[in-house]
Design a protein around this ligand. Structure first.
Ligand code: AMP
Length: 216
């Protein structure tokens, strides 16, 4: 059983790697972005709050985000399956809060993976990205087109471009990554659990490197 943190700028492939970890090894993804988008679709109070930040590419306040993760990490099925945190923590305060949640629940992270790619690569991946509105599968107009235009290969549902995959929000998300999120790479390096991976390569190569040395 494995517990991972996936760190990296938007568009670097965290979601794709989470999908592979789940489908091939049953490791449950815990993606703050996916949870927020589901809350927005369900028109909950949390969704309405989160949307105000997400649409501008800004971070949702720490209080609600940390509580949402704490709730997930207490679930017995997550403790049993292991997990891959995707998109959390996104700043040092969240990383410190995560440490407390882990201690309270008698859990430990095996590895923090830093997926690394130049800005041009991630911008290219974000521009043209589409996601399934039902199962969450991720596609790309040129890198990974669906078999039928705008329909999911897995479940036939409609594919949509995320509202925050627009040029202005993309720029803001990349700025926030550099300013707030990049410092957590050093945080996990100091804990000696960091692994840096060149994420410009093919998803399968990146995946193989993530798994290297892990006891599944
Ligand atoms: P993602 O799907 O990971 O790209 O996340 C989409 C958006 O959700 C981000 O741009 C933020 O607005 C919000 N978000 C996701 N994770 C977090 C987090 N850990 N803290 C604050 N906001 C977040």
């Amino acid at each position: 059983m494995v517990r991972l943190i996936l760190i990296g700028p938007p568009g670097v492939g965290k979601g794709t790697q989470s999908e592979l970890l789940e489908s091939r090894h049953g490791i449950k993804p815990i993606s703050t972005g996916v949870i927020f988008r589901a809350e927005i679709d369900a028109q909950t109070d949390l969704g309405r709050l989160a949307k105000r930040y997400i649409d501008h590419g800004r971070l949702v306040p720490n209080g609600v985000t940390i509580e949402m993760i704490a709730k997930r990490l207490r679930l017995p099925e997550i403790r049993k399956s292991g997990f891959a945190l995707d998109g959390f923590p996104r700043n040092i305060d969240q990383a410190e809060a995560l440490d407390e949640i882990l201690i309270e629940n008698d859990l430990a992270i095996d590895r923090a993976i830093s997926l690394e790619a130049d800005t041009e690569v991630v911008v290219q991946r974000l521009t043209g990205r589409m996601g399934c509105t039902k199962c969450g599968a991720i596609y790309h107009r040129t890198n990974k087109p669906p078999q039928r235009d705008d329909l999911c290969d897995n479940c036939n549902s409609v594919l949509l471009v995320r509202s925050d995959d627009q040029p202005e929000a993309i720029r803001e998300r990349l700025r926030i990554f550099e300013e707030n999120t990049a410092p957590i790479i050093g945080y996990y390096e100091r804990k000696s659990i960091l692994k840096r991976i060149d994420a410009t390569r093919d998803a399968e190569e990146v995946f193989a490197e993530i798994l290297e040395g892990l006891t599944l």
